[in-house]
Design a binder for this molecule. Structure first.
Ligand code: HEC
Length: 208
């Protein structure tokens, strides 16, 4: 019988997550007339509070389930409070405001995780597209992992952000940047788009 009561408690509380609800029960009770003044087990009754006590604290009986047991009757009470009362009843832990805050926090975390996951996928796709470009057009001078200084003229590309690179490439294109061998980069940058550069940067990041 204990198991049956427990599973119906779980079921009921799961279906009413947003309501401020508690469940109390009494097993094997003899009389309908004395149940109101008998301390109930479970939930916020905790073996101390009778249904009258709970009503005095602002709880309303939402549902009662009564079933016959071998030694009497089993009573299950579903108790609810109006939302405004739930928020102010600070002596009860797990009130509706707390529960909603926890649920919102969980949803927020889930959203954050999904966003991060998407960013990782986007970066991974960029990196895959940049790989071929880098190997064919840049690796011979800048090294397998972008670690080369190309004879001391370039900073290692794997230490630069995509903005750093964009800035340098811009400079080669309009003739305002030269570390001593700008002439080598100028024909390369003339066909290099920002999108390709972004992909190359993502690739270098991915093999760090
Ligand atoms: C033929 C060799 C060569 C190739 C190929 C080459 N680079 Fe360079 N790169 C250089 C040299 C030399 C420099 C230094 C130029 C200077 O003196 O300013 C340089 C500089 C750079 C810089 C500036 C670094 C800094 O410190 O500001 C970037 C960014 C860069 N290259 C990106 C690329 C990319 C991306 C590719 C492939 C699309 C590429 N390079 C292909 C030789 C090369």
């Amino acid at each position: 019988m204990k198991k049956a009561i427990l599973s119906s408690i779980l079921l009921l509380s799961a279906s009413s997550i947003f309501a401020d609800t508690t469940m109390c029960f009494k097993e094997n009770h003899q009389s309908m007339s004395t149940i109101e003044n008998t301390p109930l087990d479970g939930g916020l009754c905790m073996g101390k509070n009778t249904i009258s006590d709970m009503k005095a604290k602002g709880w309303n009986v939402d549902d009662i389930k009564i079933s016959q047991s071998a030694n009497g009757m089993n009573f299950i009470y579903v108790l609810k409070t109006p939302v405004t009362q739930a928020v102010s009843s600070s002596n009860f832990s797990g009130n509706q405001a707390d529960m909603e805050a926890r649920i919102l926090e969980k949803l927020e975390k889930k959203k954050e995780a999904e966003k991060k996951e998407k960013e990782i996928i986007v970066k991974k796709n960029l990196a895959e597209e940049g790989k071929d470009n880098y190997i064919r057009k840049c690796q011979s001078c800048h090294g397998e992992k972008g670690e080369s200084t190309v004879g001391g003229y370039s900073r290692p590309l794997n230490t630069l952000t995509s903005e750093d690179m964009r800035h340098s490439i811009n400079g080669y294109t309009n003739g305002t940047y030269d570390r001593g061998r700008a002439a080598t980069m100028q024909p390369i940058t003339s066909t290099l788009t920002y999108v390709t550069l972004e992909k190359i940067s993502a690739y270098l990041d991915s093999i760090k």
